[in-house]
Ligand binder design. Structure first.
Ligand SMILES: [Zn+2]
Length: 254
């Protein structure tokens, strides 16, 4: 009974480890692609903002040019009026009006000059930002291609494993599955179910005492590593002596 439960856990662990391996190959690539996409979107927003500002400055130039034209027309009108004044008082009053309009023109010209300078500066910023977008887009294209080719290689395999995984998980008793998921979440290598290999836990590599190994082999209850808490499903037999076995092989004569 316990042996069956352990076998189901081992199967689940095996599928999960294979899925982990596939995802590990992709590594941080999906995140890098996402970051680049966000960065580019940020630059595009910045460019739109600069372009809106440029449009505002252009509108301001148009407005100020109109102001200048109006003032010039007024000055012309005042010049004609000055020809027909009846006294000095009227002449001076008109002169004052003319001076006012000249001042209007000066202010407007100053604003126009500033607006042109601002437009130049914004255009430079747009160009610099567009250059950055171009660079990032090249990065993005390369990374996307790499990711797509990795996905093309592994997508089908991963989908198949996910299906197997769902089935395998369903077979595991709920309480055990919960413990398994928790162990996996906390384990950096994603291993929740391991075997004892060379007298050590296959997850944390701490020694498992001989008596515990006997219990594990018996599979009468679920035994966990004293150090890391991972489920110890089995004991892998020590590889036979390192040196090749001296077999008393008699060469058969053909
Ligand atoms: Zn351990």
């Amino acid at each position: 009974m316990i042996a069956e439960k352990l076998a189901l856990l081992v199967k689940l662990q095996d599928i999960d480890s294979r899925i982990d391996a596939i995802r590990k190959v992709r590594g941080t690539l999906p995140d890098e692609v996402k970051d680049l996409e966000d960065e580019i979107a940020g630059y595009q927003t910045r460019i739109s903002k600069f372009e809106a500002q440029i449009a505002d400055f252009e509108q301001e130039i148009e407005d100020k040019k109109k102001v200048i034209k109006e003032s010039e027309a007024l000055i012309k009108k005042y010049e004609e009026q000055q020809m027909n004044v009846r006294n000095n008082r009227e002449f001076d009053a008109i002169t004052k009006e003319m001076e006012l309009q000249q001042l209007e023109i000066q202010v407007a010209e100053k604003r126009i000059k500033e607006a042109y300078a601002n437009i130049e500066a914004k255009k430079e910023e747009v160009e610099a930002t567009k250059e950055k977008v171009k660079e990032r887009e090249a990065d993005l294209k390369a990374k996307k291609e790499e990711l797509d080719s990795l996905l093309a290689e592994s997508e089908a395999e991963e989908a198949k494993l996910e299906k197997e995984r769902a089935k395998a998980a369903k077979a595991v008793e709920e309480r055990l599955l919960l413990a398994y998921e928790k162990l996996r979440k906390n384990a950096r290598n994603g291993l929740a179910v391991v075997s004892v290999q060379r007298n050590a836990c296959g997850g944390c590599f701490n020694i498992v005492p001989p008596q515990r190994q006997v219990d594990i082999r018996e599979k009468k209850k679920i035994i966990v590593c004293e150090h890391c808490g991972r489920i110890l499903a089995d004991v892998i037999a020590e590889p036979e002596a390192e040196k090749p076995k001296r077999r008393t092989s008699r060469k058969k004569k053909a």
